[in-house]
Design a protein around this ligand. Structure first.
Ligand code: NAD
Ligand code: GLY
Length: 363
């Protein structure tokens, strides 16, 4: 089996890479999954994959419940998590039972959070079905929900028992969701691995055509970078913050757009803005900045966005949970493949970066 070990002591697990769901039963057996399972999914993924996965599990003699919530970030709420917990109670799940998170990042984050709090914690397995969740959110154990207008403000760390990546599922994703997911993949190249960055550059045609073998290679390489970072700093007290590259400005734009732009689209814009700040500070060359912008452009990222109120964007950054003691923290590249954390970025630098990615080009 094509797999990767995430070494986190007693929280260690494997990520496995597949072109179908055929090995799911084998994986559950390998990790000693209990017989009582709850598949948590959303209404879109339910229509596409729930039947196949549930009948497979039922054939394997598992006692399977299923809870599907209405798809969409707007449903990433505490109420949905409580609904998942109610479904677990109705299915008579106990402390040994397990949740299977079948879906994108919204499913994974909420199913994981429900697993973290149900009976003070039960186990769960991630079966991510979007490129974003396969390349980022299913690995690393961050779970949670949005609350009172703040993204992922309630949550818990709970590592999954396994991450089962069936790359073929992304073939049913809308084009825009593929672009969104590529943002996190490109991010991993920029923060840790110039060779991987080049691989993404050189293999655009195969990746864009969703060639299965290329996707499996890309997914494995991508997850190995994310896993390395998580292994070094599971609870984000240090280098895990590097994964926030592009997110400081990205999250604020996402929120200002009222979530009409996807997470990945905003991370793309945020990476361009952060790279611009790095170039202006002389941390990276203008050639590096150009390479970053070009790669994002090649993968269909917008390089400009309508920003009318820079002050509002900066205020959103100040209220982000990544901001500590009123200091906005930036992750900036210092060369391709390496980033550092800075908390001395000035308001002027932020405004210039916003101008750089803005259609308006001024306040
Ligand atoms: P999502 O889960 O909302 O999925 C996007 C859309 O694709 C949804 O409409 C979904 O129903 C649909 N979908 C899912 N799989 C599909 C498939 N195979 N075919 C067709 N449609 C499919 O969003 P996402 O982009 O996967 O994840 C975004 C979420 O992830 C955000 O809430 C973000 O906060 C979170 N996130 C978490 C982490 C983490 O470390 N926990 C990291 C990054 C992002
Ligand atoms: N997506 C950021 C992290 O997992 O830390």
């Amino acid at each position: 089996m094509n797999k990767l070990y995430v070494n986190l002591g007693e929280n260690s697990y494997n990520i496995s890479f597949h072109s179908d769901f055929g090995k799911l039963l084998g994986v559950l057996e390998e990790i000693g999954a209990p017989k009582k399972l709850m598949v948590v999914t959303d209404t879109n993924v339910e229509k596409l994959y729930a039947e196949e996965v549930i009948s497979l599990l039922t054939d394997g003699d598992y006692d399977v419940g299923c809870y599907a919530f209405e798809a969409g970030e707007e449903n990433k709420t505490p109420q949905t998590v409580l609904d998942i917990c109610s479904a677990c109670m109705e299915h008579k799940m106990d402390r040994k039972s397990m949740i299977i998170a079948l879906g994108g990042g919204v499913v994974g984050d909420m199913a994981g959070f429900a697993a973290a709090i149900y009976m003070r914690g039960i186990s769960f397995v991630q079966v991510p079905t979007t490129l974003l969740s396969q390349s980022d959110s299913s690995v690393g154990g961050k779970t949670g929900v949005d609350f009172a207008g703040a993204k992922n403000i309630l949550g818990a760390f709970l590592q999954p028992k396994h991450v089962y990546i069936n790359v073929s599922t992304i073939k049913t994703l809308p084009e825009r969701e593929i672009v969104s997911g590529m943002g996190e993949v490109i991010k991993h190249g920029i923060i840790r691995d110039e060779k991987f960055f080049e691989f993404l550059n050189e293999n655009y045609d195969l990746i864009n055509a969703l060639d299965t073998d290329t996707l499996i290679y890309m997914s494995n390489k991508n997850c190995s970078i994310k896993a390395q970072v998580v292994e070094a700093d599971e609870k984000e007290s240090g280098v895990r913050a590097h994964l926030n590259f592009g997110h400081t400005i990205g999250h604020a734009i996402e929120s200002a757009s009222n979530y009409t732009l996807t997470h990945g689209e905003c991370v793309g814009l945020g990476m361009m803005a952060a790279s611009f700040i790095a170039e202006q500070r002389g941390l990276i060359t203008d050639t590096d900045l150009e390479r970053i912008i070009l790669l994002l452009e090649n993968y269909d990222f917008e390089t400009k966005v309508d920003i009318t109120d820079y002050e509002a964007i900066i205020n959103l950054m100040l209220s982000d949970k990544k901001t500590i003691s009123g200091k906005i923290r930036f992750v900036l590249p210092v060369c391709l493949g390496k980033v550092e954390i800075f908390d001395d970025v000035t308001k002027d630098e932020i405004v210039s970066a916003l101008e750089f990615i803005s259609n308006d080009g001024g306040i």
